[in-house]
Design a protein around this ligand. Structure first.
Ligand SMILES: Cc1cc2nc3c(=O)[nH]c(=O)nc-3n(C[C@H](O)[C@H](O)[C@H](O)COP(=O)(O)O)c2cc1C
Length: 216
């Protein structure tokens, strides 16, 4: 199998969490001889080649982050420029996000089923996974802990040509955290996480408070 992979994040490749996820995913996918070509929606210079690859390939995988509970606008802008397929092509998605609970990605997942039809493709499932916000901020073993599990998902995809298995469904993790965990996460965001965000912002050259509202 040869797979066309599109990274649907508007973030440049270097900073894209989706790209780090795909790095691990494709390592697993390649083990059985599956080959792939990868493009980035963030790089408009690739759009012509991407459009051509979309026409020519029959196995398509779009990996995308959830942005404001939705599909990134830049990815939609690109997809509006492709012609729907008529050759029985198959399409799968990796839908990943920052917040960890599976339930908050379900609306996006439902839309991807509609999108597959609009693109004229057979829908082969969506790998749904949150808790990826930190990938960009951490390195080494900490990053691997989050990204390594995608290697096994790459193996499953290469073997089954999609994400329609129980193993892929379980990969999402909890739909909703139990109440004590929700309380703990809330507290963490008000304390430790707030401090960390401030540190990261300062390191990026941010000089104003994170809740600064210049247009108010
Ligand atoms: C503008 C913006 C909006 C986002 N909206 C959501 C969201 O609604 N839900 C969520 O869980 N994560 C959200 N995130 C977090 C991203 O989905 C997450 O960090 C993802 O791993 C980013 O992947 P990327 O670096 O490839 O773009 C948002 C991030 C940004 C920058």
């Amino acid at each position: 199998m040869h797979v066309l992979i599109i990274n649907g994040s508007p973030r440049v490749k270097k900073y894209s969490n989706t790209d780090k996820i795909l790095g691990k995913f494709t390592a697993g996918m390649k083990e059985n001889g599956t080959s792939f070509e990868q493009y980035e929606v963030s790089d408009r210079k690739q759009w012509d080649a991407m459009r051509k690859a979309f026409t020519e390939n029959s196995d398509i995988l779009i990996a995308l982050p959830l942005y404001v509970e939705c599909i990134p606008g830049l990815l939609m802008e690109f997809l509006e420029t492709v012609s729907p397929k008529t050759d029985g092509s198959r399409i799968s998605f990796i839908l990943q996000s920052g917040f960890a609970e599976g339930i908050q990605l379900r609306c996006g997942e439902e839309y991807l089923k509609i999108l597959a039809k609009k693109l004229g493709c057979i829908y082969k499932g969506t790998l749904v996974k949150g808790d990826n916000f930190g990938i960009r901020f951490i390195e080494g073993a900490q990053r691997e802990k989050i990204t390594d599990p995608y290697t096994q998902m790459g193996r499953v995809y290469a073997a089954e040509g999609g994400f329609d298995s129980e193993e892929c469904r379980r990969f999402t993790g909890p739909e909703i955290f139990p109440a004590p965990v929700r309380l703990m996460v809330g507290l963490m965001f008000k304390t430790f996480a707030k401090k960390s965000f401030k540190k990261v912002a300062a390191a990026w050259g941010c000089t104003e408070a994170l809740d600064y509202r210049p247009y108010e």
